[in-house]
Ligand binder design. Structure first.
Ligand code: ZN
Length: 284
């Protein structure tokens, strides 16, 4: 399942390839599971609109489009939200590239290339978020996602998020209404780097520990984004069938292997219903 760094890599890669292009037509598959907004509304919002930007918010890819000509059936500006789910892929393809099975949406651009959304297991979601507008017709609210952005949240806000949380720090990190976009891999890696036991109650962590945790979280996410930047074309060009890049994990899925810092075997427990990996010596 793609995590925040993979989604950022894909969003940046698609942005570089398609921003400024106009969408000529939209095809959707009619599979109700995939579409959280009615397909005709999605088609109306995107057809003849220009792609301003493609960016990441949490684990959602947000494509902002606008139109200069007024249309009764579509607003002047819309945000198309793409959630990849477990197996979703967003590709920029030339028209002669065979359309893969499980393609659920095709946006044909004014240079003939196509943005394709492919999703075999159909946990991915496509929907519209329409910004509210002020009286002078200025877009006011852009899609913000359910929680705070882990890469940019200020330290004091980060510390405040966990103040009254009686759950484990692992569960709190995975809670998308607190921070959005942090998944199981990077939660385990960040908690290890911060030398905190994943079972510790979030509210009882010291200021120093939370400061370390924020630094660690930003570091592991940024490292992974940097790594993804070099392989971006594997994800967004042509067939895009290759798997997602993986950092060399320090604890995630290293159960019983020696800790890279102290040689103690890494332990695995279940927390918040998720497998959790930690070093019993390094993490207190
Ligand atoms: Zn260790």
């Amino acid at each position: 399942m793609p995590e925040l760094p993979e989604v950022e890599t894909i969003a940046n890669g698609v942005h570089a390839r398609v921003h400024g292009r106009r969408i000529l037509s939209v095809w959707t598959s009619g599979k109700p599971q995939t579409f959280k907004s009615p397909e005709p509304e999605i088609a109306a919002a995107l057809t003849n609109a220009r792609i301003q930007s493609v960016r990441r918010v949490g684990k959602t890819i947000v494509m902002t489009v606008d139109r200069t000509t007024k249309s009764k059936s579509a607003p002047a500006s819309s945000e198309f939200l793409i959630h990849l789910g477990m197996t979703g892929r967003l590709l920029v393809s030339t028209p002669d590239t065979p359309i893969p099975p499980h393609t659920h949406a095709i946006l044909t651009l004014d240079d003939q290339r196509e943005i394709r959304f492919i999703d075999p297991r159909r946990f991915g979601r496509l929907s519209l978020h329409t910004p509210e507008r002020t009286t002078d017709n200025v877009a006011r609210t852009t899609y913000q996602g359910p929680g705070r952005e882990p890469l940019t949240i200020p330290l004091e806000d980060f510390i405040a998020l966990f103040r009254n949380r009686r759950t484990s720090i692992k569960a709190a990190l995975l809670n998308q209404s607190l921070l959005h976009g942090v998944g199981n891999i990077y939660a385990d890696e960040a908690i290890f780097l911060a030398r905190i036991r994943p079972r510790r109650q979030a509210a009882r962590l010291t200021r120093a520990e939370l400061t370390r945790l924020r630094t660690a979280l930003v570091r592991v996410l940024r490292q992974a984004i940097k790594l993804g930047g070099s392989s971006v074309s594997d994800y967004v060009d042509a067939d895009g069938v290759r798997g997602f890049f993986q950092l060399r994990h320090k604890v995630y899925q290293r159960t019983d292997l020696p800790c890279l810092v102290c040689d103690t075997p890494i332990q695995r427990i279940t927390l918040a219903g998720r497998s959790t990996h930690f070093c019993p010596l390094c993490q207190k």
